[in-house]
Design a protein around this ligand. Structure first.
Ligand code: 5GP
Ligand code: ZN
Length: 142
């Protein structure tokens, strides 16, 4: 989908809003998140407007995933981070606030206070687990 007027990341791509660029190629732009979990927190966006990663052309997804670990490694070298998280919030309920697909790369330090994951839940038994897997497999469109 072409860039749109009412999307902050499209406006960054059009040069209407400044960003602190980390990396750019034909497919993606990566820049510092304005409200970082830790210094260096980077967002990688495709150069097309899509709200959901499910709608994004696979070539953009490939380009983003190819770049994300390299940025993570650079963040480790540059900031002294001992690791990093790569994640994409898809949908409001998942925490997505900007309606343009983006992947976060967050450098991580010991005891940095960043909490991304909740404790794991439990299945009651293996039958329940198998039933969930069967439903997902039936719904999978690849
Ligand atoms: P989400 O919650 O949608 O996964 O992440 C959106 C991210 O975009 C947030 O972490 C937020 O801080 C960042 N963000 C929102 N507006 C701007 C902006 O204008 N410039 C930059 N650099 N980051 C932004
Ligand atoms: Zn957009």
């Amino acid at each position: 989908m072409p860039l749109v007027d009412d999307c902050v990341f499209c406006r960054i791509l059009k040069g209407e809003i400044p960003c602190t660029k980390i990396y750019e190629d034909d497919m993606v732009l990566a820049f510092l998140d304005i409200a970082p979990f830790n210094p260096g927190h980077t967002v990688i966006i495709p150069k097309e407007h899509q709200h959901s990663s499910t709608a994004l052309d696979v070539e953009y997804l490939k380009a983003i995933i190819a770049v994300a670990p390299k940025i993570g490694a650079a963040l480790m070298r540059a900031t002294g981070a001992e690791g990093f998280n790569i994640f994409q919030n898809n949908g409001r309920v998942a925490g997505q606030t900007v309606p343009h697909v983006h992947f976060h790369v967050v450098p991580r330090f010991a005891d940095d206070g960043v909490i991304i994951y909740s404790a794991g839940k439990k299945y009651n038994n293996t039958d329940e687990m198998t039933a969930v897997a069967d439903k997902v497999k039936a719904a999978l469109k690849i």
